[in-house]
Design a protein around this ligand. Structure first.
Ligand code: ADP
Length: 328
């Protein structure tokens, strides 16, 4: 905790983009301006800090963006920011403008960078979890997850219609390299037969025998949802195993890909982004520095940036049991 008074806030979006980031930028800008602070938008994440691509934001700079996907500040991954020299350059640009604090909307990688930067140059940083994967501990929600999962549900419902019409088995691959939350939630919500996620060991023999057993008792099976980071690989890899072991099934693959990142944010994502953005500025004003603002059990929850980095959310055994029972 530091007592350093802040007067000029920089806001940036970094790492993977997520719907709802604009709503968070808007909330940071408007809350900052409300409190009489100067707010600066930093373009392209840490790259813009290094290249001095920074502009003063007015209340109107964030008009008409709450409903838009993507991020008006754009986002990027910056190799230079991994190096001390790059971070020093970024600091000098902030210093020249008098920017004395930062709000970073991004994932755990961005928080790792923020923590390092803050330790080195004494710039208070606040993190807002912006990631479609919901893979950060300390918050029940991350900005973008709800939109991504709803996009997946909508797409999977459509796939199911065609699967049903042709009696095909569809393997639908959704995003999630390290975290299976999009697969778990969209799979449950669409009544998938099986859901394969990186957090649990995939028993391929069990998958094949359950598909064939259900087929024998004429249960219509047409949907398996797999996260891209499942240990057996994504949709194509799973489908090729099933085709080999159950050649009589008409097995198809659908990879949803980047559509899950785009689109207008859901109401929930707009709400949490607005709430978190507002509290990010409150934190800076109240001397609560270097934390990630999260929401746990509908209450604000502050996680030190370095812990937000390390931990991942655990998938509860309850969910896994529900998947098994409801698919039987
Ligand atoms: P995300 O924030 O979505 O997890 P990344 O892991 O790609 O995305 O991180 C975004 C950016 O944060 C990186 O491109 C880099 O500039 C910065 N960053 C990540 N990890 C570190 C680190 N250990 N040290 C310094 N900067 C980092």
């Amino acid at each position: 905790m530091s007592a350093k008074q802040v007067t000029k806030i920089g806001v940036l979006t970094s790492g993977g983009d997520a719907p709802g980031m604009n709503a968070a930028i808007r909330a940071v800008a408007r809350t900052g301006i409300y409190h009489g602070l100067e707010v600066y938008g930093v373009m392209r994440g840490y790259s813009g800090m290094i290249d001095d691509d920074i502009f003063r934001m007015e209340s109107r700079s964030v008009a008409n963006i709450i409903q838009r996907g993507g991020t008006i500040l754009k986002t990027a991954r910056s190799k230079e920011f991994f190096e001390y020299e790059g971070r020093k350059k970024a600091y000098e640009n902030l210093k020249r403008r008098g920017i004395d604090s930062l709000v970073i909307i991004g994932g755990d990688g961005s928080f790792r960078g923020a923590q390092k930067f803050s330790n080195e140059f004494d710039i208070p940083c606040i993190g807002l979890p912006g990631t479609i994967d919901k893979d950060i501990a300390g918050s029940d929600f991350t900005i973008g997850f709800d939109t991504a999962v709803n996009t997946a549900v909508e797409a999977i419902d459509k796939v199911r219609d065609t699967a049903d019409a042709h009696d095909r088995l569809f393997i639908v691959e959704v995003m999630g390299r390290d975290a299976g939350y999009i697969a778990l939630h969209s799979g449950i919500a669409t009544g998938a037969e099986n859901i394969l996620i990186p957090e649990t060991k995939t028993d391929i023999d069990e998958l094949v025998s359950s598909l064939s057993e259900k087929e024998k008792r004429k249960k219509l099976v047409n949907l398996v949802v797999v996260a891209e980071g499942d240990e057996f690989g994504g949709g194509n890899e799973i489908a090729s195993i099933i085709r080999e072991r159950l050649p009589h099934l008409d097995t198809r693959v659908c990879i949803l890909g980047h559509i899950q990142r785009g689109g207008s944010p859901t109401c929930l994502d707009r709400l949490i982004a607005s709430r978190m953005g507002y509290h990010a500025v409150e934190c800076l004003l109240n001397g609560k520095h270097n934390v990630m603002v999260g929401i746990l059990n509908n209450k604000l929850h502050y996680t030190p940036l370095n812990s937000a980095v390390k931990a991942k959310q655990k998938i509860s055994d309850d969910w896994l049991k529900i998947v098994k029972i409801l698919a039987s």
